[in-house]
Ligand binder design. Structure first.
Ligand SMILES: *Cc1c(COP(=O)(O)O)cnc(C)c1O
Length: 369
């Protein structure tokens, strides 16, 4: 080797570890010589219902246009979102997943010498997006696994440009209410962009979680990011969006890749937005599955963190890595969260009733209870 290209990477990048996704079914099947059809994956907060038939139909209708670039402005989807949420179309930014939105924010507003504030045990993409542009990531200790919004306020300094808050948070599932959000927004300095990550908002029943969009008019430094990857069931297609002031949206649009959302994703997301029945089914199935897992954990004498997402973090009170390994050997993939500072926990995505039951059966066996 002539040159050390790790040493040449910018310092923030050298300190990063790559994002660790949930283990793919095919990978485990190859490793253990298992039939992929017998494997249950509850590791990436994916929608267990399979895609909406209306989405499949919309995708088929797009296939003849594959030689064309997509609408780089995403007009139809932005228009639909603007109508749905009663905001101006100029307030909507589309992303290649909401991860893309988080990166657009970092590229536009962070740089060496500046910092972003977020919570301990928060989504792994916040430090990645922040350090990738040479800014400092300030992780604030959590309170009972959730965001300590007062401590996060106290961590904001003159070099802070962005605060990332997730409601509910992944991987803890913790959430805060409208009053806490309002108090936070009122106290955040005007020059700090608050990114409110609502990736799981559609799972909450009415009034269970504050609607970030309701705070946009009074707080022009607020950006709400949402995704089609979870309750809408389109994780494979990578489409998310931000709603914020027209001025911030204009800034994000300057750093956006011209065709960041592909035409199939655009068509699918439009169809998904129109399929209220699918969304209701997602919500109902998730609520039932959450109860099923909680009842199972309770029976096994396990503690968990109450969650408003489509996943739940369960505590084994001991290193969870061997338990994870044993689950894998029996064809059950869940998510270790030691990398999030939670070594005694596993995060389990809510599956179908059958998948949840299989997971609980295997877990019972693994724990010898
Ligand atoms: C899953 C998730 C997202 C969504 O990611 P996409 O890029 O839209 O698939 C965003 N934020 C959090 C906290 C998540 O858990």
């Amino acid at each position: 080797m002539s040159c050390d290209f790790l040493a040449l990477a910018q310092p923030g990048v050298q300190k990063l570890s790559p994002y660790v996704p949930g283990k793919p079914v095919d990978e485990l099947a190859r490793e253990l010589n298992l039939d992929p059809r017998t494997i249950v994956k509850l590791a990436s907060n994916e929608n267990p219902l399979g895609p909406s038939p209306r989405v499949i139909e919309a995708i088929r209708a797009q296939l003849d246009e594959l030689t064309r670039y997509p609408d780089g402005n995403g007009f139809l989807l932005k228009q639909k979102l603007a109508q749905r949420y009663e905001v101006g179309i100029e307030q909507v930014t589309l992303g290649n997943g909401s991860n893309d939105i988080l990166e657009l924010v970092a590229r536009a507003y962070l740089a060496p010498g500046l910092n972003a504030v977020f919570s301990e045990h928060a989504f792994a993409v916040y430090p990645i997006a922040t350090q990738a542009v040479g800014a400092q990531a300030k992780a604030v200790p959590a309170k009972q696994w959730g965001h300590d919004l007062d401590a996060m306020l106290a961590a904001i300094d003159t070099n802070t440009r962005v605060v990332f808050i997730a409601n509910p948070n992944n991987p803890t599932g913790t959430w805060f209410g409208a009053e806490a959000l309002e108090r936070f927004l009122v106290a955040v300095p005007e020059h700090v962009l608050v990114v409110l990550d609502e990736a799981y908002i559609e799972y909450a029943a009415d009034g269970e979680l504050p609607d970030g969009l309701a705070f946009l008019n009074t707080h022009p430094n607020l950006l709400v990011s949402r995704t089609f990857s979870k309750a809408y069931g389109l994780a494979a297609l990578r489409v998310g969006y931000a709603i914020c002031s027209a001025q911030i949206a204009d800034v994000l649009n300057r750093v956006r890749q011209p065709f960041n959302v592909n035409s199939i994703a655009l068509a699918a997301a439009c169809a998904a937005l129109d399929d209220g029945e699918y969304l209701n089914r997602s919500r109902a199935s998730n609520a039932a599955g959450m109860q099923q897992l909680e009842a199972g954990f309770s029976e096994l004498g396990l503690e968990w963190i109450p969650s408003r997402g489509n996943f739940i973090a369960v505590d084994f009170g001991q290193d969870a890595a061997p338990i994870n390994q044993a689950l894998l050997r029996d064809g059950v993939i869940v998510r270790p969260v030691a990398g999030y500072g939670m070594p005694t926990f596993l995060r389990v995505s809510i599956g179908t009733e059958t998948e949840n039951a299989r997971f609980l059966d295997v877990l019972r066996k693994v724990l010898g209870r």
